[in-house]
Design a protein around this ligand. Structure first.
Ligand SMILES: Cc1cc2nc3c(=O)[nH]c(=O)nc-3n(C[C@H](O)[C@H](O)[C@H](O)COP(=O)(O)O)c2cc1C
Length: 442
């Protein structure tokens, strides 16, 4: 009897600045001078596509905090604009943008996304975020961010709205068949009357190839998990170790099942920072070289942001002091929970904690050879802790080139990752069901 096919691994590239390590932009030969150059982003997308990855993902923020500007590049090109160019530079890879439900009007977002889905021939995904800082709010006429519960209520409304209650568009033209451009009876405006949004609909963009974009989510708090279980088709999770990833994925799957959703229609992808080289010593040396470029004061400021208190005068070689419990923390809870987990599991000194947070802020980190990295990926997937990974290369383009050239072939040889794209759309790459709106006859 033939062996059962082994579960396929999902792989997504989280393309961020010069790479996810906080010191990546300081390394010799870094891509820091290319961040405004669209050919850089196109190149990243092509490398990921050469590796047959499911998607490339761009995060987004709505401000540049002056106090953090000297620490290195954060946001640069607006992601939908950049992804539109990247769509024209690639053929198959999925393109995931970030949309803030706190700041974006859903009709406007749906229009841009439907257009990009047409331009890319069905490759769009959106990462719905609730946003994180008051600096962002002040760029949108708000004195401060709405509180966490209100932001998630808006995100729920926005997700319901964009799932088709009010914004999907008219069917594509039927004129070649019947001489009628669009049958007006098919333009039933599916209205959305929520607390946060009122949208009459329909969208004035023809129904996009995927029906609607694949919906990703990355919040880990209680309302974040509820939102994910109800609406997400992909999740960018944060998991420091296999145990926390397993607990998170099991929780999401149980919540989704309780809501009547099939858990296998949700791909949970924890972030993964990989340092890979032909020997483990070389991989460790690459990592140590980046760590050595880290300015300690900047890292302490980042830690202060993660934990919501000033850590700038903490003694570097002392053990991290006790931190307040999760329930008392009012900032972004997912990342804070990760910091608590690292502190509880490793009891690091402040200096050690800074190193662990420097690349990706507490996501799983693997340093090793192509085989040992692939082993770890398989171990998580086989344990039910992940459906795949959101790759967060410490440097770019070097880190994704190394992964594609060294780790992907091992996964392919082991039958865990595609050698060629089989489908055309992002939905097809992820094995997700179609999402055709009811009004579309095509
Ligand atoms: C991998 C990953 C990517 C994220 N990308 C963004 C982003 O681009 N913009 C943003 O405002 N928040 C981003 N976030 C933050 C979350 O989406 C979420 O808004 C935040 O964690 C607060 O929600 P929580 O309290 O439920 O964790 C990201 C989080 C993760 C884990």
């Amino acid at each position: 009897m033939a062996a059962a096919p082994r579960r396929q691994v999902r792989l997504n590239l989280f393309a961020h600045a010069c790479g996810h390590h906080a010191a990546a932009w300081r390394a010799p030969g870094s891509s820091v001078s290319r961040l405004g150059d669209i050919t850089y982003w196109e190149e990243l997308a092509r490398i990921a596509e050469r590796g047959r990855l499911d998607a490339i993902f761009l995060a987004d923020g709505q401000s540049i905090a002056p106090a953090g500007a000297e620490r290195g590049p954060t946001w640069f090109l607006e992601p939908i604009t950049a992804l539109t160019a990247m769509a024209r530079a690639t053929e198959r890879i999925g393109l995931v943008t970030t949309v803030s439900s706190t700041f974006w009007d859903p009709f406007h977002a749906a229009r841009l996304l439907a257009s990009l889905d047409h331009i890319s021939h069905g490759r769009v995904g959106i990462n719905v975020v609730t946003s994180m800082t008051d600096d962002e709010a002040r760029n949108h006429g708000m004195p401060a961010l709405p509180d966490h519960a209100k932001r998630y209520a808006t995100a729920g409304s926005s997700s319901r709205c964009s799932r088709g209650c009010g914004t999907h568009g008219p069917p594509r033209a039927s004129w070649p068949i019947r001489g009628v451009y669009v049958d007006p009876s098919l333009l039933r405006p599916p209205q959305h009357h929520g607390e946060s949004f009122q949208v009459a609909g329909p969208l004035n963009v023809p129904t996009p190839p995927q029906g609607r974009p694949v919906l990703f989510q990355a919040g880990a708090s209680e309302p974040g998990r509820e939102l994910a279980a109800r609406h997400a088709e992909g999740i960018y999770a944060v998991a420091w170790d296999l145990e926390s990833a397993l607990a998170y994925r099991s929780d999401i799957r149980a919540r989704a099942a309780a809501l009547g959703r099939a858990p296998e229609t949700i791909a949970v992808m924890p972030g993964l920072v990989v340092h890979v080289a032909s020997t483990e010593e070389e991989a460790r040396r690459m990592r140590a070289d980046l760590d050595s470029r880290l300015p300690v004061a900047d890292s302490l400021r980042q830690l202060s942001f993660f934990i919501g208190q000033d850590a700038s005068d903490w003694e570097l070689d002392a053990t991290v002091p006790p931190l307040p419990p999760l329930e008392e923390f009012t900032g972004p809870k997912g990342r804070y929970a990760t910091v608590l987990r690292i502190v509880d599991s490793v009891r690091p000194t402040v200096r050690e904690l800074l190193g662990l947070l420097a690349a990706g802020g507490g996501h799983a980190t693997v340093i090793g050879t192509p085989e040992s990295v692939a082993d770890e990926i398989e171990r998580w997937v086989d344990a039910g802790a992940a459906d795949g990974f959101n790759l967060m290369p410490p440097t770019l383009p070097g880190g994704i080139t190394d992964f594609v050239d060294q780790v992907v072939p091992v996964l392919q040889r082991r039958g865990r990752f595609r050698r060629e794209y089989e489908g055309a759309t992002l939905r097809e790459h992820l094995g997700l069901p179609e999402a055709r709106p009811a009004t579309s006859p095509l």
